[in-house]
Design a binder for this molecule. Structure first.
Ligand code: GSH
Length: 215
């Protein structure tokens, strides 16, 4: 199987996680941000992640990919129940997280923006979505200050460093990618419980964190 991704993309991290968690082999292929033809030929639109299954057919949508791979061997890994407070927490931080991560993603050495035209397209697409990226970067102290109490709240929600609710569930598939994105923020003060969760989940799912490119 092949998984077509962008390295920065949280939806792609969701899909990549299930392969790591279940030790299922997959070839990861990074598309360029300005490669519109390849994904469009596969699924009719420019989107990642896309899974190319063993039979050659294509599947978009991160959670469809997660559920397909999780159930392939009849022994689902994501057997735990979800906690609505995790979804509510993710919703409460989504704008703050975007403000912190997007200007950093735009400068980072990701393969999908390795060419000038791909990076330019990403910057234009993101500026159109969240506003001036330099201004967001300059306002980092403000966003970090606003995020800190939310991280302390998350520390009270995480029950175990190896599964947010004690047993691995779809909450981990939604929560880890957001926290992994935040590892690109250099000055973020991680509560110990949240830091342990991010690191353990990265090991379990074999998804690299972004500390080495932190800005
Ligand atoms: N519902 C989709 C959303 C995927 C998505 O929004 N992917 C982004 C990359 S992070 C994308 O492909 N955006 C369109 C673009 O790159 O132009 C999923 O869960 O897989």
């Amino acid at each position: 199987m092949k998984l077509f991704i962008y390295q920065h993309c949280p939806f792609c991290v969701k899909a990549a996680m299930i392969f790591g968690l279940k030790n299922v082999a997959v070839e990861k292929v990074v598309l360029l941000e300005d490669d519109i033809a390849t994904p469009t030929q596969m699924v009719g639109r420019k989107v990642v992640p896309i899974l190319q299954k063993a039979d050659g057919s294509f599947m978009p949508e991160s959670m469809d990919i997660v559920r397909y791979i999780d159930q392939l061997d009849g022994k689902p890994h994501l057997s735990g129940t979800t906690n609505p407070e995790i979804a509510a927490w993710l919703d409460s931080v989504k704008n703050l997280v975007s403000a912190l991560i997007i200007p950093r993603f735009a400068q980072a050495p990701f393969a999908e923006i390795a060419t000038e035209s791909a990076r330019e397209r990403y910057i234009a697409r993101m500026t159109n979505w969240v506003g001036d990226l330099d201004q967001l970067l300059a306002d980092t102290p403000l966003y970090l200050q606003q995020l800190q109490p939310h991280l302390e709240t998350l520390a009270t929600l995480i029950q175990s460093e190896s599964a947010a609710n004690g047993t691995m569930s779809e909450d981990d598939i939604h929560l880890f990618p957001t926290l992994r994105s935040l590892t690109i923020v250099k000055d973020l003060a991680w509560p110990e419980k949240v830091r342990a969760y991010v690191e353990t989940m990265a090991q379990q799912s074999k998804v690299e964190l972004l500390h080495t490119m932190a800005i």
